[in-house]
Write a protein that binds this ligand. Structure first.
Ligand code: ADE
Length: 255
């Protein structure tokens, strides 16, 4: 997969894209990520990318010209068709289902805005998919682009390595993750549950499923509504109607 990020702050993005799982996925050729500065496509001495809104009002609006030029130049750099994504608080709310959809694409083009918003013709002319990462307003789309890149890249085959992909297959369902423990067995008087030390894999599996259910019921009962996951040991999430936030059990690596 190729991901292009169009931003006014490429220097903010690069360290994130070269670290941890995303960085490793790039090194191993699972994904290539390119950041382009929208300002490189701005014209005039001042290289403006924003201007005051017609009709008045506070703040500045991101101009069409530099962004259209940047999108067209970046898309021409690779023959694969790009799915355009505009990061904005007005978009559809990002979730694991959307992450999975995006992970199926050959190429993504993420557009980060700044200022009060985008000239509406950016939406009309570029026809991007518009995505929000939550009901709050960020100063720019960059943190949202990082969230989306991270969630998408870890779904790409080979991004997490063989071991974790295998773990992935043995779980399913829209449950929160069960409690995890590592050494030492006792820390400040708090003990690791006995069952996890038993070596009895069936019992461990049952315990984890029960804990995941309990935790989900306590914290996110909405996730259970569309789903019948009540039987320990059942497939836990082969729901006939997939939930919007399907699959919150973290099966991924932690580094
Ligand atoms: N830009 C500003 N706020 C945002 C949000 N909540 N999601 C995505 N992009 C944004």
């Amino acid at each position: 997969m190729r991901i292009d990020v169009l931003t006014l702050f490429p220097e903010v993005m690069t360290p994130f894209f070269t670290s941890s799982i995303v960085g490793r996925a790039q090194s191993s050729g699972v994904v290539e990520i390119h950041c382009t500065n929208i300002r490189d496509y701005a014209k005039g001495v001042r290289r403006s990318v924003d201007d005051r809104p017609f009709g008045g009002g506070p703040g500045m609006v991101m101009m069409c010209g530099p962004l259209f030029d940047a999108v067209e130049a970046v898309e021409a750099a690779d023959p694969r068709p790009a799915t355009r994504v505009l990061l904005s608080p007005q978009g559809e709310r990002f979730n694991q289902t959307i992450a999975r959809e995006l992970s199926q694409e050959q190429r993504l083009l993420l557009i980060c805005g700044h200022y009060e918003g985008f000239d509406e013709r950016i939406r009309l002319g570029l026809k991007p998919r518009e995505i929000s990462i939550g009901d709050y307003v960020l100063s720019g789309g960059e943190p949202a682009a990082m969230v989306i890149v991270d969630a998408v890249v870890r779904l790409l085959p080979g991004a997490l390595g063989d071991e974790t992909s295998h773990v992935e297959e043995s779980f399913s369902g829209n449950l929160l993750e069960y409690p995890q423990y590592t050494r030492p067995r006792v820390f400040r008087g708090m003990e690791v549950p006995e069952v996890l030390l038993s070596g009895n894999h069936a019992q461990i599996e049952q315990w984890r499923h029960a804990e995941a259910l309990r935790r989900t019921r306590e914290r996110r009962p909405d996730l259970l509504e569309a789903n019948d996951t009540d039987q320990p040991g059942d497939s836990g999430g082969q729901a006939s109607c997939p939930p919007s936030d399907a699959w919150l059990v973290d099966r991924g690596a932690t580094s």
